[in-house]
Design a protein around this ligand. Structure first.
Ligand code: SIN
Length: 483
């Protein structure tokens, strides 16, 4: 990697403003070629305890600053991230595999949350209630919860971390994050910039480890941690949630999805295809909000499949470092094996393979962009999160039928529909059982809007004023005997 600022490449946990190494290290692999991006020190149990204690002690320092002082520091972090956008993107592509233009976009997307929350911190407010008794005054305050711990995923190694940390820090909380062991370098580069931005020691900490379980236990069980925030799979989220119960921590869970993408007979097919390509193939399909089940009205089915086939067959697959790449590798061998199994099971059960369907046999974890038609609700590919560049298509005839099929999942993160019927748009916005509904739009997330799911896709929201509320307590103060 040729970085303009080699200082960004760190290889140890960042705790209380210091880089702490240990005797045990692990390797991080580039999924595009299997080469080692670098080695990182494993956090030790003592260092982990130190992270919690220093975050706990730093609450006082951070909360004693005015909101203006906190905003200035956060804005400086945002500026530094934007100044180092190219380097941060290179690091991200090397460890995660996504095309460099997507990584550049992710850096800006992540920074946009800091920019937004730096200001939103100024808008935290309480209230004074009207008196309902003589001599009494009642106040409501919004106060920071305290130490926040988080576990962030490998699919968006920068943005998912910044989406949580920016809101937590703006609320006056301190933060400890364990990034995925597959993509630790992006988080460590952000930590280096937090130091340069003047975030005080202990306010922002990054702990690194290849074994998530013991670290996750400290982050979810420790009594000094007040709030836990997770982005990852529903299965892991359920376990972490149950661990948080022992100390009744506040939690935010951004878990898996199984997004329906519905194209009605009155849709603008050009726009629907454009939205579908962006939703389905961003990050090689490795997003929680990726179109997982594509429902196409019977009358458009054949035309849409053929046009999609032409578009998908033109996608450039390769190492994300190459500027022309549109589809990078999957994250690891396990991800390739999972999608191979899902596609094989669908085809054996009657789905038709229109395009792709094979792993690409060079170094790295590549899977061909794939189109399947004739997918049925009993197939695993209908019910599981695919997390790969596989477009799984189901024909439908009636609106009621497709809404019922779309909602036939325990997930409830994101859904999409393309239609030009205004009444139908209202019906869909009310009947699709998902935390987010995109109408004639394939990519919804931004710093102003509440990102999050219902049902087994999680709880809590990230973005907008909803995001900062996750890090605040409501406190009622009653003053009696006022003369
Ligand atoms: C995710 O896949 O978890 C995040 C996607 C986004 O922020 O758009």
């Amino acid at each position: 990697m040729q970085l303009n600022n080699p200082e960004l490449l760190k290889n140890a946990s960042f705790i209380n403003g210091q880089w702490l190494t240990s005797e045990t290290v692990f390797e991080v692999e580039n999924p595009a070629n299997g080469q080692i991006v670098g080695t990182v020190s494993e956090v030790t149990p003592g260092q982990l305890e130190m992270a919690v204690n220093s975050a706990y002690a730093a609450c006082e320092v951070w909360q004693s600053k005015t909101v203006d002082e906190r905003a200035v520091i956060l804005k400086s972090w945002n500026d530094l991230i934007r100044d180092n956008q190219q380097d941060l993107a290179q690091i991200m592509t090397a460890e995660q595999g996504k095309p460099i233009h997507e990584a550049i976009g992710e850096v800006a997307y992540g920074a946009s949350y800091i920019e937004w929350y730096a200001e939103e911190g100024r808008r935290i407010k309480g209230s004074v209630l009207p008196n309902n008794q003589q001599g009494r005054r009642a106040l409501v305050q919004q106060t920071p919860v305290g130490v926040v711990s988080a576990i962030t995923p490998w699919n968006f190694p920068g943005a998912m971390l910044l989406r949580k940390a920016s809101a937590a820090l703006a609320a006056g909380c301190t933060f400890i994050v364990k990034p995925s062991e597959l993509t630790p370098f992006s988080a460590l580069a952000l930590a280096e910039l937090s130091l340069q931005a003047g975030i005080p020691p202990g306010v922002f900490n990054v702990v690194i480890g290849s074994n998530a379980q013991p670290i996750g236990e400290v982050l979810t069980l420790h009594p000094k941690v007040a709030k836990f925030s997770f982005t990852g799979s529903t299965a892991v989220g359920k376990k972490l949630l149950s661990q948080c119960a022992s100390t009744v921590k506040k939690t935010s869970m951004e878990l898996g999805g199984n997004a329906p993408f519905i194209i009605f007979e009155d849709a603008d097919i050009d726009k629907a295809l454009d939205g579908l390509m962006r939703s389905k193939f961003r990050n090689a399909g490795q997003t929680c909000v990726s179109a997982n089940r594509i429902f196409v009205h019977q009358s458009l089915h054949d035309e849409l499949v053929e046009r999609l086939r032409l578009m998908v067959s033109e996608l450039t697959i390769g190492d994300g470092q190459d500027e022309t790449t549109q589809i990078g590798p999957l994250i690891n061998l396990k991800a390739v094996e999972k999608v191979e199994k899902l596609v094989a099971q669908a085809v054996t059960s009657g789905a038709k393979l229109v395009l792709g369907g094979e792993k690409i046999k060079n170094s790295g974890y590549f899977y061909q962009p794939t189109i399947l038609t004739g997918v049925k609700p009993f197939m695993d590919i209908f019910n599981q999160e695919i997390f790969a560049p596989v477009a799984s298509i189901i024909a439908f005839e009636q609106e009621d039928q497709v809404i019922q099929l779309a909602n036939q999942t325990n997930y409830g993160l994101c859904s999409y529909a393309y239609t030009n019927n205004a009444n139908r748009i209202w019906r869909l916005s009310e009947k699709l059982a998902f935390g987010m509904v995109g109408i004639n739009e394939g990519v919804l997330s931004n710093a102003l809007a509440p990102f999050g799911g219902i049902k087994e896709s999680g709880m809590g929201r990230e973005g907008g004023h909803w995001g900062i509320e996750e890090y605040l307590e409501t406190r009622y103060v009653c003053i009696g005997n006022v003369e």
